[in-house]
Each structure stands twice: as C-alpha cells, then as structure tokens.
Design a protein around this ligand. Structure first.
Ligand code: PAF
Length: 270
C-alpha cells in the first residue's frame, strides 16, 4: 500500500476534519525529507500514540543559512513515500512553497531565550525559520501530538516554547537520537560526507559520551570540555562551534553538574 500524498492545506484540513469526526487522535512528524531510521522511529512513536499520523515533508528555505546548503539538501520524495508506506503512516503532507509562504507572507515567529546561544549564535535566523514553519505546520495539521528527535535538542526546546507561548493545543513528544552502530547520529546530511569524513564522524559522539562519563564521575566541567574540544579537532573536525553543558529542562548553561544535563556540540567536518 502506498501512502497518500497531500499537497494543499485545503485537502489536508478536509481529511483531518473527517478523522476528527471519527474521534481519532492525530499525530504529526515534521520532516524535511530524506527520511532515515531516525525519522522512521518518530513515525513509529506517533503511530503508537495516535490513530492517524501525518508526516510532513517541506524543505524550509527560511531555516537555511546558506544557499549552497539549501541547494545541496537531499530531496528524495518518492523514496521517502516508499519508506513510509509499510509503516502505515496515513498521509505524507508535502506542501508546495506557496502553501507555506504565500505571496506577501510577512510573519515570522521569534522565540527568545532558548533559541539564543548554541546553534542560535552560529546560525542567525535559523530558529526563526524553524519556529515559523513549525507553527504553520501545527496550525495546518491541527494535530494533537507532535514528535521531534532529541538530536536537535535546542530545536525541541524552541518548538516547545513556541507552542506553549502561542497556545497551540499540541503535545510535543521527544524521541531519543537514533545512531549508526558506530555511534554516528543519523542525519539526512550524512550522505554528504566523503568516505574519509564518514570514518572520522563517529568520534564526535564517542568524545561526547566519554566526556559525559567523566563529568558524571565528578571531574571539573571546564577541564573536561577543554579536553573534549581538543579531541574533536584531533579527530579531524575542522572546528567545534560550541561544546557546552546545558540543563536538560531549560537549556541554562551549567558550569557545575548539579542537575540533569546534556552535553551539546556542533562541529564541522568537510
Ligand atoms: O528537524 C527538521 O527536520 C526541521 O527543522 C523541521 C522541524 C522539519 C522544520 O523544518
């Protein structure tokens, strides 16, 4: 069975209205396509909690910082639809750009606080683009539940804050990062790594896990982070934009490990 593809808000809304009449709970998994096992794990989580599941596929130009990155972003709609079909997702909503940003579109959603620092410091406008498109996708799908990966931990916080602040009645579920057997987090962009880069890539995860263990053991956070930065460069990464210990619940920077926390990093390879 194939997954029905919907391209307009009107068609999407008509289908969701029908589902609501049947009393179904609706889940949404927002994606930019090039689906991998990480996305599929979100779809499975959605299917376990909602009777109807919409997967959205929209490569959102407003969240890219470079035209080259946007142009190189993998686009594999047909293959994505094939991957979704056996799972039982109910709709693949892949709107044309005009359904998201119609002529004259003049609104942007800015989330302060949690979007500052980390990726927010290095990718100006990125989280405005994410918050704006996700707000639109929440309103267009009118879903009850949305599923996001913890891989983009800051994005998860931005989306939660946005939905809470705008009174969008949706529950946001966070799902664990899915990794290759060597530890590399699955990402649509991994296909752009050369074989050498692909070999070096999992070192970032192993350095983070080792550093987390040392922090849990009581080593001083600043010393562990300094050594980890050096190890990331030694592993072949071009630079580490940031490497920080942040509180899990509100993303506050931590110099001392005294509450549940995450080590968050962004580093360039190639
Ligand atoms: O995580 C992503 O793939 C994107 O940032 C999202 C949430 C689909 C918004 O475009």
């Amino acid at each position: 069975m194939s997954v029905p593809i919907v391209r307009t808000v009107a068609e999407l809304r008509a289908t969701v209205a029908e589902w609501r009449r049947e009393g179904a709970r609706v889940g949404v998994v927002p994606t930019m396509g090039a689906l991998h096992e990480g996305h599929l794990s979100l779809v499975r989580a959605a299917l376990a909690k909602a009777e109807r599941v919409i997967v959205t596929l929209f490569v959102n130009p407003r969240q890219f910082n470079s035209a080259a990155d946007l142009a190189a972003y993998p686009r594999t709609e047909e293959v994505d639809a094939e991957k979704l079909a056996p799972l039982g997702a109910h709709i693949l909503y892949t709107p044309d750009a005009g359904e998201i940003y119609p002529d004259g579109f003049a609104t942007a959603v800015t989330v302060s606080g949690v979007s500052e620092g980390l990726c927010g410091a290095f990718r100006p406008g990125h989280f405005d683009g994410v918050a704006t498109v996700v707000a639109k996708l929440f309103l267009q799908t009118a879903a009850d539940l949305a599923f996001f990966g913890e891989k983009d931990f800051q994005q998860l916080h931005v989306v939660r804050r946005m939905a809470r602040d705008l009174d969008i009645p949706i529950e946001i579920a966070a799902c664990p990062t899915v990794r290759e057997s060597d530890g590399l987090a699955l990402s649509s962009r991994n296909v752009r790594l050369t074989p050498e880069e692909r070999q070096a890539a999992p070192r970032l995860a192993s350095i983070l896990f080792a550093s987390a263990a040392r922090i849990v053991d009581g080593r001083p956070v600043s010393a562990v982070l300094a050594e980890a930065r050096a190890a990331i460069l030694e592993a072949g990464y071009r630079n580490a934009e940031y490497l920080e210990l942040r509180a899990e619940d509100d993303l506050k920077p931590l110099e001392v490990f005294d509450r549940p926390a995450r080590l968050l990093a962004a580093a360039w390879l190639g």
